[in-house]
Design a protein around this ligand. Structure first.
Ligand SMILES: CCCCCCCCCCCCC[C@H](O)CC(=O)SCCNC(=O)CCNC(=O)[C@H](O)C(C)(C)COP(=O)(O)OP(=O)(O)OC[C@H]1O[C@@H](n2cnc3c(N)ncnc32)[C@H](O)[C@@H]1OP(=O)(O)O
Ligand SMILES: NC(=O)c1ccc[n+]([C@@H]2O[C@H](COP(=O)([O-])OP(=O)(O)OC[C@H]3O[C@@H](n4cnc5c(N)ncnc54)[C@H](O)[C@@H]3O)[C@@H](O)[C@H]2O)c1
Length: 306
């Protein structure tokens, strides 16, 4: 089944007068590179900012690969169309390590490390250098959107845009409207989400929003099951794929989304909800302390070819 539902040959872009046409993604990692890809595919000009130039190079390579996957699906067998789709989309993406190179745009989406203080510092800096019309959004997995933006002046032009991994395939976008988000900004975020091929839902600024609040306990319990030795990682994953119809088992999904990010999310969910299901998991902490972050580091619960 074509999992890239929502992608059409005539890429939609918002038709409203204030359509978002220029986007900066801060953080060119797993998520930022995917968000940049879907915006570029939709005909928007994109800048990816990252503090790590090596990771910017990695992002460009993975975007090129994934644009080709999308192109092959859209233009089956027509090499000329596939190549022009990939080239035209890729040429819309610029990369830089300088924040000021991405400040003057219609929308900035933050997709940096899942740490409150680092996100706050970034938005406070951007608030100083971006023009008044620029909308800010965070792709946080579960940190309070209000807390992340607590230091910025443009609280009316700020909210949450939570994408799902891998961004070019997962059709959902959680749009989080803070009390301070203006209706105009909320509508612009919803329209932009649709313009990049997503089905948007709206939820309140609560820990884990919708998906992660439900996915969290499941994911945490799967790791504890492995830690107790109740079953092997392989069998836990096979069980949930064949027994519950999941496309990926919980442990391969954890490796896919990043064990480092999971520990940040877990501690935040425990702090904010007090739910014991989110208590620290020694096995997870051990893997992360050994630099085993999952696919992105070459090893997590499983080993991967680099
Ligand atoms: C201990 C934890 C406690 C607390 C945790 C709290 C919650 C958890 C927090 C974790 C971290 C953050 C989570 C985040 O905030 C929210 C999320 O992102 S949750 C994760 C959501 N994603 C999923 O669940 C993914 C499930 N997996 C799948 O859908 C599929 O396995 C797959 C990834 C799409 C891969 O599909 P497969 O069939 O297995 O493999 P293929 O390689 O054939 O791909 C299928 C199809 O898709 C195309 N494709 C795949 N990847 C890309 C890409 N990156 N770009 C473009 N296209 C892609 C591929 O070409 C195939 O196309 P086809 O040929 O089939 O047409
Ligand atoms: N991994 C997932 O499945 C997933 C899904 C949805 C949302 N998220 C959220 O998206 C965000 C990014 O997650 P990820 O998995 O892409 O992480 P990642 O580690 O793959 O990428 C983070 C990137 O941010 C860069 N970075 C860190 N601090 C920076 C700064 N101050 N300025 C600029 N760049 C900086 C890093 O160099 C890195 O390239 C997190 O908030 C995470 O919770 C993750």
């Amino acid at each position: 089944m074509n999992k890239l539902i929502g992608l059409t040959r005539n890429f939609s872009s918002s038709t409203s007068l204030n359509a978002i046409k220029t986007v900066t993604i801060v953080g060119g990692g797993l998520m930022g590179s995917g968000i940049a890809q879907v915006a570029a595919q939709a005909g928007q000009n994109v800048t990816i900012i990252d503090i790590n130039s090596d990771l910017l190079g990695k992002a460009q390579k993975s975007i090129q690969t994934n644009l080709t996957r999308v192109g092959k699906k859209l233009y089956k067998g027509d090499e000329a169309k596939i190549n022009s789709f990939v080239q035209e989309s890729f040429e819309r993406i610029k990369v830089s390590t300088k924040l000021e190179d991405g400040a003057d745009v219609d929308l900035i989406v933050e997709a940096i490390v899942e740490k409150l203080d680092v996100k706050q510092e970034l938005f406070n800096k951007l608030d100083q250098i971006s023009p008044a019309h620029t909308i800010f959004a965070t792709n946080t997995s579960c940190i309070s959107v209000n807390a992340i933006g607590s230091g910025i002046k443009r609280k009316d032009k700020y909210g949450g845009l939570h994408f799902f991994n891998p961004v070019p395939v997962m059709r959902l976008l959680e749009v989080i409207k803070c009390d301070s988000t203006s209706e105009e900004t909320y509508q612009a975020m919803m329209e932009w989400g649709k313009s990049v091929g997503k089905t948007c839902i709206t939820c309140k600024d609560t820990p884990g929003f919708v998906v992660n609040r439900l996915l969290g306990p499941y994911s945490a319990e799967a790791i504890r099951m492995l830690e107790r030795g109740d079953a092997s990682a392989e069998d836990i994953d096979i069980a949930m794929k064949l027994g519950a119809g999941y496309p990926m088992g919980p442990l391969e999904l954890a490796d896919f989304t990043g064990l480092d990010t999971k520990t940040f999310v877990l501690s935040n969910m425990f702090e904010k909800t007090g739910n014991p299901v989110f208590k620290p998991i020694p096995l997870l902490d051990k893997l992360v302390s050994e630099g085993k972050f999952g696919r992105k580091s070459g090893e997590g619960f499983y080993k991967y070819d680099k």
